[in-house]
Design a protein around this ligand. Structure first.
Ligand code: E4P
Length: 218
């Protein structure tokens, strides 16, 4: 399973890249606005830090402008995955730029039916938003199960399931059990994966007992 961090905060990205466990980054217009940075400069900077796909989203909703934006974003780096919304225009752009060799992340996916369309449009990634479905009382993880099952039925579907809108570590564990290819989560949630009170307790005991031996390994 690949780990992407869902942020436009370059300090957070550097910090996580340092763990050696980070496989990519996803951003969206809301995260860019929060960062206060220039979009194109920031995406280029992220591409220099991370050795993996960096999702950067178009801002328009009409086909012509979206295609022009997608081409401009794609020029930043071969690491860029252009993010397009799951709309007829977005999928049209997806089909064109995927066939040109650019990775595409189809975002704002909320149903298995939409995920089938993204795969048919040649997307590298589809992003179903589990947290936002949970927020309205629906079963976010349920659609991940359906999408993984559907994609597994067709060798021609090469799209990776990128579980997005992750709210907690259990979302990640459940996504892994279902065989989803990628999760994208806030840095805080990725860091929570390390935590277990018994790890802290056990380590403290080992450190104390080692001191009693009076030895040094180095
Ligand atoms: C995915 O690519 C999106 O940026 C993201 O996961 C949305 O998450 P949110 O629902 O927490 O905003």
């Amino acid at each position: 399973m690949k780990f992407f961090v869902d942020t436009a905060d370059i300090a957070e990205i550097r910090d996580l890249a340092d763990t050696g466990l980070l496989d990519g980054v996803t951003t969206n217009p809301s995260l860019i606005a929060k960062s206060g940075r220039q979009f194109l400069d920031l995406v280029a900077e992220i591409c220099d830090v991370v050795n993996g796909p960096v999702s950067a989203e178009v801002a328009s909703t009409d086909f012509e402008t979206m295609l022009a934006e997608a081409h401009k974003i794609a020029k930043i780096s071969h690491r860029v995955a252009v993010k397009v919304p799951l709309t007829p225009a977005g999928l049209k752009v997806c089909k064109i730029i995927s066939s040109e060799g650019t990775m595409v992340n189809v975002t704002l996916c909320f149903s298995p039916a939409q995920a089938i369309l993204a795969a048919k449009a040649g997307a590298s990634f589809v992003s179903p938003f589990v947290g936002r479905l949970d927020d309205i009382g629906q079963d976010g993880m349920g659609i991940i199960k359906d999408i993984c099952e559907i994609y597994n039925n067709y060798d021609a579907f090469k799209t990776e399931v990128l579980v997005a809108s992750i709210r907690n570590p259990m979302h990640i564990v459940k996504a892994a059990r279902l065989g989803a290819h990628v999760v994208t989560a806030p840095a805080s949630v990725l860091k929570q994966l390390f935590n277990h009170p018994l790890t802290d307790k056990g380590l403290s005991q080992f450190v104390d007992d080692w001191k009693k031996t009076g030895q040094s390994i180095l």
